[in-house]
Design a protein. Structure first.
Length: 432
């Protein structure tokens, strides 16, 4: 076992699995605005500012139709505005945690007054947001790039006062990236053998995302996918069991998260939905199977770290739905909870790639909960197949016999030909 990687794995998990309130793309815009307001020192008079935001095409795609926490509205203009009025510039991905109804009323008036504009930037960065806030004769511009909280530049009155020395391409691609030499086997070895106290912190993902799931089942959010499953179970149209529990509890969390619920998700790889997809199927399976505390912790760690490992081969944002790759982590966790070994865990991931590779990301919105539930259902199906020695083989499609090569093949699609798919998706969306 490559135990020298274990401390690096823990570092990566602590960077990539963090609380996030709302969809992380518009939240990054809100954060940039909140920082700019703080630099201007005009928080008490934020309603008087004008805001210009310029974002990368991928960020525009993921911010056009998603709910902004606490506002009852969708889209980047509201994200930028509420970030100015109520954003906490110190709270990173929870920047909007203090939003009130009064703040929302002020923000709506600013939008009605056309004080906010949002456009697409001609940049090569996959994730990019530059927000300029104007107040009387002054201005502050804050640029976030490459990861959702990574401030790379600040300008005051047109003069650059901060410039990051290096722009990190992605959090997992820096000098402490353990995945340069790691394999899926190493991820498994760590999750199974690390000291339990060293990885117990992953339980917080269960706590946050379970609360979000319960909110989705009791509130009126989005397309109510989770509530629909539950209602039809009660009607007798769906039977109870492992699959139903996974579908109900996973999609309910996404329902709430995508429609602006004021509860944080524990994210994974910069995405709340990916965090939900890596958490809730495992939580539901662990409770259904009556797993003990240690088994649950190790399954969650396996799921989250495997999801990060798979995502490390891909661009931060792409035309490939991130819930699908995060659910591959859940497939690993569920297979383990069913008594599976590494060979069976590898088989479950390969089967998922053979099944749901190519589900597109056409922006963040309430219907993401449907893709989350589809991915979670496939995780259960692939795990059950793997336990019985059944898998998609290397003779079929893009799947290889080796799990790491299968992951590489999937990622080649996401980073290659699907970049053109991304362009086409955005063109369709902005011209509807």
């Amino acid at each position: 076992m490559k135990q020298h990687l274990w401390s690096l794995f823990i570092d990566v998990i602590n960077r990539e699995v963090v609380p996030a309130l709302g969809c992380t793309e518009p939240v990054s815009v809100a954060l940039a605005t909140a920082i700019a307001i703080d630099k201007l020192g005009v928080k008490q008079d934020a309603s008087s500012v004008n805001i210009e935001a310029s974002v990368s095409p991928n960020l525009m795609k993921n911010g056009m139709g998603v709910g902004i926490p606490g506002t009852g509205m969708i889209g980047l203009p509201m994200a930028a505005t509420i970030g100015a009025v109520a954003g906490d510039h110190t709270a990173n991905l929870e920047v909007l945690k203090h939003v009130t109804a009064e703040d929302v009323a002020v923000a709506k008036q600013m939008l009605d007054n056309k004080q906010v504009t949002v456009g697409v930037a001609d940049v090569s960065n996959i994730l990019y947001a530059k927000v300029t806030v104007f107040y009387q004769q002054r201005s502050v511009a804050v640029t976030i790039a490459d990861s959702h909280t990574n401030v790379v530049a600040i300008e005051e009155d047109g003069i650059t006062v901060f410039q990051a020395e290096t722009q990190v391409k992605a959090d997992t691609n820096n000098s402490s990236n353990p995945f340069e030499e790691a394999t899926a086997q190493d991820v498994y070895d760590f999750a199974m053998n690390a000291d339990l106290e060293d990885i117990r912190f992953i339980e917080q993902a269960k706590v946050l995302n379970t609360a979000l799931s319960e909110e989705g089942l009791t509130g009126n959010y989005g397309l109510k996918i989770g509530a629909t499953f539950r209602k039809n179970e009660e009607r007798g149209l769906l039977s109870g069991g492992l699959l139903t529990e996974v579908l109900v509890r996973t999609s309910a969390a996404s329902d709430a998260r995508m429609d602006g619920a004021m509860k944080p998700a524990m994210s994974n790889s910069g995405s709340g939905n990916q965090g939900i997809a890596a958490t809730m199927p495992v939580v539901a399976a662990a409770e259904f199977l009556k797993a003990d505390e240690e088994q649950t912790i190790r399954a969650l760690m396996l799921s989250h770290l495997m999801a990060i490992y798979i995502k490390s081969y891909q661009n931060k944002l792409s035309a490939l739905c991130g819930a699908t790759t995060a659910s591959m982590g859940s497939a690993a966790g569920i297979t383990y909870l069913l008594g599976g070994n590494f060979e069976q865990i590898s088989a479950s991931i390969c089967s998922m790639i053979g099944d749901i590779a190519g589900i597109i990301c056409d922006g963040a919105k309430t219907s993401c909960a449907m893709k989350v539930s589809s991915s979670a259902g496939t995780a259960v199906k692939s795990a059950l197949m793997a336990i019985d020695g059944i898998r998609v083989t290397g003779n079929e499609g893009i799947v290889a016999n080796d799990v790491d090569q299968s992951i590489i093949n999937l990622s080649a699609l996401a980073n290659g030909s699907m970049t053109q798919t991304d362009i086409q998706i955005l063109d369709i969306m902005v011209n509807k």
